[in-house]
Design a protein around this ligand. Structure first.
Ligand SMILES: NC(=O)c1ccc[n+]([C@@H]2O[C@H](COP(=O)([O-])OP(=O)(O)OC[C@H]3O[C@@H](n4cnc5c(N)ncnc54)[C@H](OP(=O)(O)O)[C@@H]3O)[C@@H](O)[C@H]2O)c1
Length: 252
């Protein structure tokens, strides 16, 4: 059974990936949609039909990860595409954020992403694609998003190294670096109008464009995808300029 798996599919970018994958890859037998809010996933199934398999899971919970592993075995799944999208951020100085929020970002954005990838990889039997959601926050350290931007730098670094390791096995790993998107990410991060100079002024990117554009980039075996000219330039500046300078312009 050929499948795609999308984590964080209950809202925002993840949901757009499910729509785009359903549209683009008609030969898939199932699309597994993973998140904690089962009602939202069921709504997706009601809209898109039987191809959608609802997998309600908290990816920071070991038992739930085991459940996914068991399901992969039971169904003899051949995973053609894994989108590691689940993630969250919290805005604020490191010292002001509660311990649980600082470590929670690492647990979901880094540890769970790594655990899901390790769980799924043995089930990528022939060719396969992995899409890891990083962020423009990975291009340089961000003040007031210190832990979040560090987790996204982890995702970028992991993706680039894994891409080289997995190339001989016909598996491409793409790191996706979106700019700000109007999703539930912003309220979850406590980012509202007037709370962040940067977020107030930065142009928004559309999640559906990110999903479709990055699937095309993945099909072309690209390493990194970012859309919008401003963020492409920022990526280059992040490589060329000392981070001490970039951070002065780009703190959240
Ligand atoms: N929006 C932006 O400005 C922006 C910019 C750059 C990168 N990103 C990245 O894009 C990705 C998607 O974010 P988004 O903007 O679409 O935000 P979102 O609408 O808040 O979506 C986050 C998704 O992650 C899921 N999730 C959260 N905790 C989870 C857990 N413990 N286990 C399983 N699933 C969990 C949520 O579902 P449940 O609550 O139902 O579990 C939800 O489906 C994230 O990795 C984010 O860091 C966002």
């Amino acid at each position: 059974m050929n499948i795609a798996i999308v984590t964080g599919a209950s809202s925002g970018l993840g949901k757009e990936y499910v729509y785009a994958i359903n549209e683009r890859y008609s030969s898939l037998d199932e699309i597994w949609v993973v998140a904690r809010r089962e009602d939202r996933l069921n709504e997706l199934k009601a809209t898109l039909g039987e191809k959608i398999r609802v997998v309600a899971a908290d990816l920071t919970n070991e038992q739930d990860l085991l459940k996914i592993s068991e399901l992969l075995k039971e169904t003899s799944a051949d995973v053609r595409l894994l989108v590691n999208n689940a993630g969250f951020g919290k805005i604020g100085d490191f010292k002001d954020l509660p311990l649980g929020e600082n470590t929670g970002m690492i647990r979901l954005n880094c540890e769970a992403l790594t655990a899901v990838t390790s769980t799924v990889l043995p089930f990528m039997k022939k060719v396969g694609k992995i899409i890891n959601i990083s962020s423009i926050a990975s291009f340089a350290p961000n003040t007031r998003l210190a832990v979040y931007s560090s987790t996204k730098a982890f995702v970028m670094s992991l993706s680039r190294a894994m891409r080289v390791e997995l190339k001989p096995y016909g598996i491409n790993v793409l790191a996706v670096c979106p700019g700000p998107m109007d999703t539930e990410f912003l309220p979850v991060a406590n980012i509202a109008k007037g709370t962040s100079r940067t977020f107030d002024t930065l142009p928004r990117v559309k999640p559906e464009k990110v999903a479709i554009g990055s699937l095309k980039a993945s099909d072309k075996n690209r390493a990194v995808y970012t859309n919008h000219i401003l963020y492409k330039v920022y990526r280059i500046l992040g490589k060329l300029l000392p981070h001490s300078i970039v951070m002065k312009i780009c703190g959240a």
